[in-house]
Ligand binder design. Sequence first.
Ligand code: NOJ
Length: 757
Amino acid sequence: MRNFLVYSFGILAFCQSTLAQSSVDQNFEGKIDSLLSIMTLEEKVGQMNQYNGFWNVTGPVPEEGDASNKFEHLKNGWVGSMLNVTGVEEVRKVQKIVVEESRLGIPLIIGYDVIHGYRTQSPIPLAESASWDMETIKASAAMAADEASASGINWTFAPMIDISRDARWGRVMEGAGEDPYLGSQIARARIIGFQGEDLSASNTIAATAKHFAGYGFSEAGRDYNTVDVGTSTLYNTIFPPFMAAIEADVKTFMNSFNVLNGIPATANSYLQRDILKGEWDYQGFVVSDWGSMAEMIAHGYSKDGKAAAESAANAGSDMDMESYLYVKHLKNLVDEGKVSVNKIDDAVRRILRVKYELGLFEDPYKYCNEEREKTVIGSDKNKAIALDMAEKSIVLLKNDNQLLPLKKKGMNIAVIGPLAADKNSPLGGWRLAAEDDSAISVMEGLKKYKGNRLSHEKGVALVKGKEAFVFEININTTDRTGIAEAVEVAKGKDVVVMVLGEHGFQSGEGRSRASLDLPGLQQELLEAVYAVNKNVVLVLMNGRPLAINWANKNIPAIVEAWQLGTTSGDAIAKVIYGDYNPSGKLPMTFPRNVGQVPLYYNYLSTGRPTDPGNDLVFWTHYTDEVNTPLYEFGYGLSYTDFKYSDLKLNSKSISKTGELKVTFNLTNTGKYEGKEVAQLYIQDLFASRARPVKELKDFQMISLKPGETKKISFTIDSKTLEFYSANNKWEAEEGDFKVYIGGSSNTVLESNFILQD
Ligand code: NOJ
């Protein structure tokens, strides 16, 4: 029987693959109908079940997670997907079981967290976002897909497109920062990068828009915590990147761990059925997050596993990742009439659709090509893509007296800090498939420039113990023994490059921080070194914005180098020596003090926004800190300078069907050729729901030679001005608007116009 079914579906696939491309979708629907008509209920539920593999773990292991069970279930056709199975050999093994031993031979879809690269690591997503360079971000995602698919994987749980305003939340490293417009552009670029133009090609993989929804708003930045947001924030801030993801044809969604306004996202019918599959007409499938179904018991929402499975299935969670609840209860729930067969069929249809689109039915082993695995993974070509991305991700935060770039010859340089020679932390937090210690360190990058003399001292260790992949890292707060040596080395040097920041595993899932200071004894080290040598270039490596007030006040040059992946040290060295002129801009606000968080540029004005100057306290402020950030959203310097001038609007008003042209001049007034990200913001002055003081609406990257001026133009139409209004619809409301232009959210040019009917 099994062989007959596999054979007949093979023939069907062959005949239909010759049909015209335009009919492909319908063609799949017909095939899915035929398949559904012969599937038993157990087999349907099986498609909705995803198991972790046997080697890597990316969440708490449930009791049921024992391997023998899984093999049995694979043979029975009770598993539709596996995650964390990697490498052609292992993927082929599990695929062979379902294809050859299960009754219908429906291939598995193989998922993995390909977040910022596979073996070759790109910069962490927050860093990539600082490039504001969509083509390069796309290329980086395509490179990751190329490597992952060569390793048997056909589905990534990326991009994470959760907007977040809270630097304490460890997962800000995995997102695009705080802005819904920038976040939407980046979501699109990453999805197109992963999925390519042809999802059925063997070097592209299905993407996941995650986590739906609100995960980035966990209270106090503590991972997995409660989320409580109103309609305006949900629609105007959280939803836009998800809507952009659908426009980019993302194949899957993942829901989230959090409760949203009291209801866990996994059981949230409003999110998944009403909005996603209803209002937005989404045709892909939704996978739960790891164990999020079972976790609804701990949330105080479901009384037991069976109740959790019932509410998740009814709410539109199509696939259960690692809760073991669908496989256990869903058949009974259908038999008891608590979940309808229609809902099951709908979920299975969505899952099968993606499998068809990937081409898995035509060739379940299409990602199992040993030759590709050998040549593609870790190739020089991929490293070059990662390097390009890394250079563009660096943000120059400060450069007094043009200390940077450094001269390439004749200098004595001290290179100090726990991260200076570190080859592990630069790989970032989501690098399961990378080899430990495989990044190029800053020291290694600098050494490639032979004209200067380098001396290196660690100063302090950042963590106690081995710096390999560990879930909890133990920050060193006591061992100061290296500080004196570092100070000695720094004395009398022409310049000191200090490489400080966070360990690669201090950000990411489950790695929230209550402090945004330099961890451990690094601040002490920085101050001690600065006391003997003021010519310090501080290179920061971190997975989130840090509060570096002291450094900003005292240290002349600061380079934000995030965690830049495999080629990190080369990119940093190129910037330090001026072979790459930094062009990155912050995708997330840097606060002065953790107490200001959440701090973001697109806030709503209060009713008491400014100091009335009457010595009274009754206005919105802190008594012990200013309101403004240390470095605002969109900020980043270059080795050259840019001047914005001559802002002109071609009209003072537009109609709802009209367009407004905004033009201005951008001049490179400095000595170097450089790239600038010119940013357009608007403000809707009065609206049915109060609107932010500024909203990014467009940007352009412009390259200019010294002395060169270019006329830049942006177009505004009523789509640009839309928001989710108090009428609960997307609309642009008539009235007064401001338009702002600048090289950061702290803009320099301003004008105004009216939108009228
Ligand atoms: C939990 C994370 O929240 C999610 O983003 C990830 O894809 C899964 N674990 C699988 O590792």
